[in-house]
Design a protein around this ligand. Structure first.
Ligand code: ZN
Ligand code: ZN
Length: 263
């Protein structure tokens, strides 16, 4: 059916108005506020992605290029496994984190935690999805099986209430939407406050036992756990063990950033 402009249904009028308005909007870099030519760019994989950063701020992001192939720990050179993974492999099967948690990436994570506007979340998802796509193009790595469920790393209810924003949930939801995967926000719950992990030895970090609980038996074969930062990896490791005990065959740990080993 061909509509004259006056005969358009209300929803079509609104869509056209928004399209017209979008053409007049000016886009600004989320980090420095400089004007962007458009809000589209081509990511590393050639796909069109949302541009919310100017080229200078984008180049300022500390990309996690050299990292452990198992736990994504930033490395000084192209070495397959970090010292920890050489000693004992983590329970999760692979990890990815496109950024090192330092410099501009720390500002970015603060923004996700406290502002969490759509542009920030979408740009974060662009970075994550680029890294996921690149993972499938690494000839020397074993290829992960397709993911069937996306689960955010849970946040304790009291912390969530205090902050009013759950960045892992927002990121995981947006990634699931982008990749058209099942999103299971309530599969795992945090039942009590998490003890501090920084500065503890690997053995001492076993103290996360009983902090998380899984609600249902897992039907998904491959679960991807999503968080904003992987710090020591002990939370991801604990959650991966819970998922596998409940029936998952494979667990991936996806985060936007990975904390480098303290020097
Ligand atoms: Zn900028
Ligand atoms: Zn490692």
């Amino acid at each position: 059916m061909v509509y004259k402009i006056t005969q358009l249904p209300a929803s079509k009028h609104i869509t056209r108005s928004l399209q017209g308005l979008r053409g007049h909007l000016q886009y600004e870099c989320l980090m420095c506020g400089s004007r962007l030519v458009s809000n589209k760019q081509h990511g590393q994989t050639g796909q069109q992605t949302t541009q919310s950063l100017c080229e200078y701020c984008y180049e300022d992001l500390p990309l996690n290029i050299y990292c452990c192939q198992r736990c994504a720990l930033p490395m000084p050179a192209n070495i397959a496994l970090c010292g920890n993974c050489q000693k004992e492999l983590p329970t999760f099967d692979q990890a990815l984190a496109p950024l090192r948690y330092e410099g501009a990436a720390k500002h970015w994570i603060r923004r996700i935690k406290h502002q969490a506007d759509i542009a920030t979340i979408q740009t974060s998802v662009d970075l994550l999805c680029d890294a996921i796509s690149n993972q499938h193009h690494q000839p020397h790595q074993s290829q992960p099986s397709p993911v069937d469920a996306i689960v955010p790393v849970p946040m304790y209810w009291r912390k969530n209430l205090k902050r009013g924003n759950n960045q892992a949930h927002l990121l995981a939801n947006a990634v699931a939407t982008r990749l058209q995967l099942n999103f299971h926000p309530n599969l795992i719950v945090q039942t009590r406050e998490k003890p501090e992990q920084k500065g503890l030895s690997r053995h001492e970090r076993q103290n996360l036992k009983g902090v998380f609980a899984i609600r249902n038996p897992v039907k998904a074969k491959h679960i991807a756990l999503v968080d904003d930062v992987i710090t020591t990896g002990s939370t991801m490791n604990t959650l991966a063990a819970i998922c596998k005990a409940a029936g998952a065959k494979e667990v991936s740990a996806w985060a936007l950033t990975r904390t480098p080993k303290p020097r």
